[in-house]
Design a protein around this ligand. Sequence first.
Ligand code: PLP
Length: 432
Amino acid sequence: MRFLARTFGEAIAAFGPKIELGAPAELARGGSCSHARRRSVKRPIYLDHQATTPVDPRVLEAMLPYFTEHFGNAASKAHAFGWAAEGAVAEARERIARAIGAEEPSEIIFTSGATESNNLALRGAALAYARNGGGSRGHLIVTAIEHRAVLDPCAALEREGFEVSYVPVPKNGVLEPAQIEEAFRDNTLLVSVMAANNEIGTLQPIAETAALCRARNVLFHTDAAQALGQLPLAVHRDDIDLASLSAHKFYGPKGVGALYVRRVSRQVRLVPQLLGGGHELGLRSGTLNVPGIVGMGVAAELAVRELEAVNAQQLRLRELLWQRLVATIPAISLNGDSERRLSGNLNLLIPGVRADKLMLALPLLALASGSACSSLTGVPSHVLRALGLGEEAAACSIRIGMGRNTTEEEVLLSADRLEAAVARLRGRAQTP
Ligand code: PLP
């Protein structure tokens, strides 16, 4: 682990941009030798779009005035600075409501990201609908391949007297709604199924699952962090009660997200998890991140407008990469469903080649093993394990996430680099 950290530290030093505030004149003119060296190093190819995406320049442009000129607090009701900020937030709320098919902008609650939205949805709903008195406080159903930002709040709820069923998925990673049906109990409060998996990219049958929940009067939440801009969302039409979003997954800024909370056709109740000034209809206190929210609104609109073209492009590049890799890397296979998955996602099992070693051998390719969060802990991916992969197979799996700006040239170069690195590592493994 220490070796990894040192190596990544060196990689960051080599490739990472440096923010220099008030740099001396010779540095500002580019006279430093470390700057010159950094410029001559080839930049890595970014193939980790499920971890995060770059901010779209159009999004950045919309945000900039809200850092400086229109810096008001959206909660300041008594002057023009506050009104400008409030107006911008209202517009962003409308854009996001439209992008996901909500009935009203007031159904969008701004948060710091999908982690917070998931916590608010799960804990907020569980506590609002809890049964008090002896025995279980209520039952929740989630799939075994949810993000940690769903699984960890569930574990906390279990410690607080709730019951949680973790429904398995078949080997292709696509939930069978019948499994949810079987897990229902008399005291089930809420079901949570992610729209798209962040590791294996599988798209889940959320509309079918939501319909089962509606028939039983059970709340349905979806973690849609990976879905906006990748597949059409229609929360009202599809009977979704709660949906978590995160701007940085669709070319918006980091640290801003939203929770869709159905309130027009059915009033979903939540117990707020952050207490304070009563912002966001009392559901999420805290001064709003106005530039981030403006960026999220524009990013959501662009994501929906460009969805079809982006998907067609990503699909073409994914096919190209997959065909190249299958032709050049013996025994490579795909984790998760080959059709029902995010258009830019490949999760590859390369037997005999551990992902951490492969990534170290490829400093000019930005890939991932598991999710960005599980690569922090070094624990084998719970998603791959839930598909039935052993520890070794999970450790030999990598995730590739193409994005809106990925080019054919990058894909071909990545295929060559992967092939060469795998051959080298496998060759080394065979030499005594
Ligand atoms: N849920 C899913 C499916 C994700 O992919 C992520 C991000 O990795 C999250 C939740 C957490 O989102 P955020 O980074 O906005 O907290």
